[in-house]
Design a protein around this ligand. Structure first.
Ligand code: AMP
Length: 216
């Protein structure tokens, strides 16, 4: 059983790296941001409660977040473990998490703010199938259309200059201190998030003593 947390600024590749780990190691990938976005798009009661904070790039109330994480982990569908992405984001969430669960490692993807801005403002998402694009590294063949399903490519509503500035400010103010808190427990693996996704995945595998990564 392997239990990991992945932390990093917006656009540092948390989702991409989590999916590669989850696929090869049979981990369940839990993205708190994806869960909230699903609720907003599906117009649930929770979606209505979090919509404003999510589109402004502000943190959602800790009790709602703790509830979502608890409900998800209570499903106990993670026989081989989990990788949790986007949580904890502040000291209170970290306390709640450490009281209830023990973890094997915190993967910290480190990316300078200037590169965060460059990547996030170039990020696009297929409005139909949800595939991720990036106008720098992963361009669609036909500008504005998904290569796989032909759906329209859109930006996430919180990937604007304004919301991103707020998300980065919140990240440094609230999330930096918990990296220090985890570091004191000696299980933080800080990884340079600037290289390509395969190199980063390879480094994660080496640092965490996991089975070697085979590119596919
Ligand atoms: P992400 O996709 O991780 O950038 O998350 C998108 C948005 O969901 C964030 O900007 C927050 O509004 C909300 N969110 C995700 N995870 C958390 C969390 N752990 N605590 C509070 N808000 C969160």
């Amino acid at each position: 059983m392997r239990k990991y947390v992945i932390i990093g600024a917006q656009g540092s590749g948390k989702g991409t790296q989590s999916l590669l780990l989850a696929r090869d190691l049979d981990l369940v990938h839990i993205s708190v941001g994806d869960i909230f976005r699903w609720h907003v798009q599906s117009h649930t009661k929770l979606g209505a409660q979090v919509r404003r904070a999510v589109s402004a790039g502000e943190l959602v109330n800790d009790d709602l977040v703790a509830g979502v994480v608890r409900d998800r982990l209570d499903q106990h569908d993670w026989n081989y473990g989990f990788i949790i992405d986007g949580f904890p984001r502040n000291p209170r969430q970290a306390e709640f998490f450490l009281e209830s669960y023990d973890i094997d490692g915190v993967i910290h993807l480190d990316l300078p703010d200037a590169e965060v801005r460059r990547r996030v403002l170039a990020r696009r998402l297929c409005s139909r199938c949800g595939l991720d694009y990036n106008l720098i590294a992963h361009r669609p063949a036909d500008e504005g259309r998904c290569d796989v399903c032909g759906g329209e490519l859109v930006s996430r509503p919180d990937d604007t200059e304004e919301a991103l500035a707020e998300r980065l400010r919140v990240y440094h103010e609230k999330t930096d201190p918990i990296i220090e808190l985890f570091r004191r427990k000696e299980y933080v693996f800080t990884i340079d998030a600037r290289p390509d996704k395969h190199t980063i995945q390879q480094t994660i595998r080496e640092r965490l003593n996991l089975p070697a990564y085979e590119r596919s």
